[in-house]
Write a protein that binds this ligand. Structure first.
Ligand code: PGA
Length: 249
């Protein structure tokens, strides 16, 4: 079974000016100097370059929070993969539930965004997860399977290991209501099973848990066999909390 390097992603959402981003990186780097894990910071677009420049030579890599599926065109307000690559951004969050919920992100668009990111040399961090109603109706697996099959349909199986999948139950995001380690493990194992239909490459895919991760619950979540890291929102705004979560991985 391939060794999967732990992966911690900090999703700042619409937080931090360029100056605040700079101060964060300066505070974080000395605290994670010894880590062997993958650390990925996902700032708003305007702070991407600042975080790239300040974190050169460290374990930190930088991801955007979204991108458009087309390489260029009349899409006011959008950003392309090539623009991110030019800024030395290495990864991109795709399909975050907030984008699905508030910005009409569809599985159809994601089916094009994931391969477009890979083609441009970006590591896609694909988010999937069920809402509260689906969980209550015991439809979690149906939702996950549908999202994975749609969003990864155009990805060649040989490149699947380059995709990072984040399991983010919507009811746990920003609510303080973390999934239990058992619930998170069960869903992440299911995700790996779905990926296994594409071959043994599934064992190399990093699967993250996201939803109210904080230093106090990170170790227990990431100790689960199919959870390879965390996508952290609220707690990722504080460099001490990020360092503590990296330490727990
Ligand atoms: P949270 O957000 O840690 O604030 O729950 C996680 C996410 O949305 O990625």
């Amino acid at each position: 079974m391939p060794e999967r390097t732990p992966y911690i992603a900090a999703n700042w959402k619409m937080h931090k000016t360029v100056a605040e981003a700079a101060a964060f990186v300066d505070a974080l780097l000395p605290r994670i100097a010894a880590t062997q894990h993958d650390i990925v910071i996902c700032p708003p677009y305007l702070a991407l370059s600042e975080v790239v420049e300040r974190s050169r030579g460290s374990a930190v890599r930088v991801a955007a929070q979204n991108m458009h599926e087309e390489p260029l065109g009349a899409f006011t307000g959008e950003i392309s993969a090539a623009m991110l690559v030019e800024a030395d951004v290495e990864a991109v969050i795709l399909g975050h539930s907030e984008r699905r919920q508030y910005f009409n992100e569809t599985d159809e668009a994601l089916a094009r965004k994931v391969p477009a990111a890979l083609a441009a040399g970006l590591e896609p961090i694909l988010c999937v997860g069920e809402g509260e109603e689906a969980r209550d109706a015991e439809q979690t697996e149906d939702v996950l399977e549908r999202q994975l099959q749609a969003d990864l349909a155009e990805v060649e199986s040989g490149r699947l290991a380059e995709v990072v999948v984040a399991y983010e139950p919507i009811w746990a995001i920003g609510t303080g209501r973390t999934a239990t380690p058992e619930q998170a493990q069960e869903a992440c194992a299911f995700i790996r099973d779905v990926l296994r239909e594409r071959g043994a490459v599934a064992d190399a895919v990093r699967i993250l848990y996201g939803g109210s991760v904080k230093p106090a619950n990170a170790a227990e979540l990431m100790a689960q066999p199919d959870i390879d890291g965390a996508l952290v929102g609220g707690a990722s705004l504080d460099p001490e909390e990020v360092a503590a979560i990296v330490e727990a991985a």
